[in-house]
Design a protein around this ligand. Structure first.
Ligand code: ZN
Length: 133
């Protein structure tokens, strides 16, 4: 795995949170994107070499809606950049880690992504992401 690609934060009200994070980070979000397959609306902020992703549910059965219902707003996942996502999935599976996505899927921000099951990783939801070629 390479660097932390971004940190995902689950929010109830994306418009309100955009204002808050714009204030805190001193920069507006550079991108808004709806990922219908995930039931999320997202915005991205660039902070130096790092990114913050805000995620709002677009429907009740969205994983973000379920997360907020159970744990409230807050840090939802940490995403790591990888060069070869299939290889990383295989490597982790061979060590017995459970993946939510055994096959990479299309994520926001031109990435192919896969999530590890948080039960495998101390309750931390980890996203692997590779730039789409
Ligand atoms: Zn993410």
């Amino acid at each position: 795995m390479n660097k932390i690609e971004h940190i995902g934060i689950a929010v109830k009200d994306l418009a309100l949170s955009n204002t808050i994070f714009e204030d805190i980070l001193g920069t507006p979000s550079y991108k808004t994107e709806i990922v219908e397959s995930e039931g999320v609306s997202t915005t991205f902020f660039q902070v130096g070499p790092n990114k913050i992703e805000l995620l709002e549910a677009t429907r009740e059965d969205s994983p973000i809606a379920k997360f907020i219902e159970k744990r409230g707003e807050g840090i939802h996942h940490i995403a790591f950049a990888v060069d070869n996502i299939e290889q990383e999935i295989e490597r982790l599976q061979s060590k017995g880690y459970r993946l939510i996505n055994e096959v990479p899927k299309k994520g926001a921000d031109k990435k192919r992504i896969a999530f590890l099951h948080p039960k495998s990783s101390n309750g931390v939801l980890i996203e692997l992401c590779q730039d789409e070629q």
